[in-house]
Design a binder for this molecule. Sequence first.
Ligand code: URP
Ligand code: ZN
Ligand code: ZN
Ligand code: ZN
Length: 477
Amino acid sequence: MSKLLNLLIRGATVVNADREFRADVLCAGGKIVEIGENLEAPTNTRELDASGAYLLPGGIDPHTHMQLPFMGTVAVDGFYEGTAAGLAGGTTSIIDFVIPAPQEPLLEAYHKWCGWAQESAGNYSFHVAVTWWDETVHRDMGILVKEHGINSFKHFMAYKNAIMADDEILVNSFRRALELGAMPTVHAENGELVYQLQQELLAKGITGPAGHPLSRPPAVEGEAANRAIAIAQVIGVPIYIVHVSCIDALNAIIRARTAGQRVYGEALAGHLVTDDRGYQDPDFARAAAYVMSPPFREKKHQDALWQGLQSGHLHTTATDHCVFCAGQKAAGKDDFSKIPNGCGGVEERMAVVWDAGVNSGKLTRSEFVRITSANCAQIFNIYPRKGAVAVGSDADLVIWDPHKSKTLSAKTQFSKGDFNVFEGRTVRGFPATVLCNGKVVFEDGQLMAERGAGRYIERAPFTPLAAPLWQAAAEAL
Ligand code: URP
Ligand code: ZN
Ligand code: ZN
Ligand code: ZN
């Protein structure tokens, strides 16, 4: 398809975070240039009939790990495969993670990840992890914010003896984030407790994947969420908790939010619909395929996560897409703590959340847009360039067919993974056509992803939502 071709989407019901309306949408030069009724098609324009369908902002997955070197191996979906899989499911942008090894300079790690991400078919941005601390980290955080379009820093409170951030790192980094107008984010699990529980379980002879959730009970996540929120409160900086999986962590968020603290929460599509029974599978490979952290939980936690999304205490949906195949997971055949942690989902998130959220009546279509793109774009300060169907926004769009059914399976997924945590689930509602930067990249089941066509999304500091709090706190320092 010619790069110069305009696209005119006719007759769709546009769904934004605030409202729905019928309109034609004209895209040119990678942007939305006109929205209105009965638009005239300029020359060199392809028309797409979207009557009976919804037109949504392209999904943004705020939590993926493409090509992640982790636990002695590397995630199999690289930036091309992972973003292409995302496009096939209506996700046109991801925010991945630069994760420096302890003592590795942040800027070096950032440039390494930028090199890998050149392959991306979809748009991408980065959170940068703070895994160690000294004055050079303090300095490099500033350079990343001021010169490289980074406005969020990640802290793993788990993974002791690897990338875990202790309280000293958290406090120093949160302070620096406040100075810079950047968002601290945390993986909330008490890494010391996880480590000691793992050792106890292994000593008792519990070596299989069933030990994984036992070593990471909900209280371990709740403790870390409460601690991170308390540190953020003392410092006066907003905080974003990634992959909230349980009532304990959700309650920490609700308590802080109802007390007026600016806390954001993310739920994973997997945690919303998949329970913990997979860990009991007698087949090692199948049970190990579910090993991710925090683990899948029993049903009452899923119900709570949905309520969190409905009540507005949770704001985004993500996937933590981090794919390891059976051969890689086999590293933990005799010791569950060595199974590389991670599952897929970037391709399925939009359909799973629509089917389980909108079709069930839990969410309105506008709420769906909020939790799949708009809120993420606002929290990480790329709204309305992303997350809205509006004149001037990037033409990252999904023509969403609410009647299209699909049975999700590893056999038909675009991801290179050999497992699908949603295997056998039939969803109703799926992308008919996906546009990324104004180009059709998925249509009628055909993926037309182009290696390297994705664009890096620079994110300026200070989100509009958080700015007043940040400024007041910074002035008080
Ligand atoms: O198990 C997971 N989630 N793997 C990826 C790294 C992380 O903790 O997000
Ligand atoms: Zn400072
Ligand atoms: Zn994590
Ligand atoms: Zn993750």
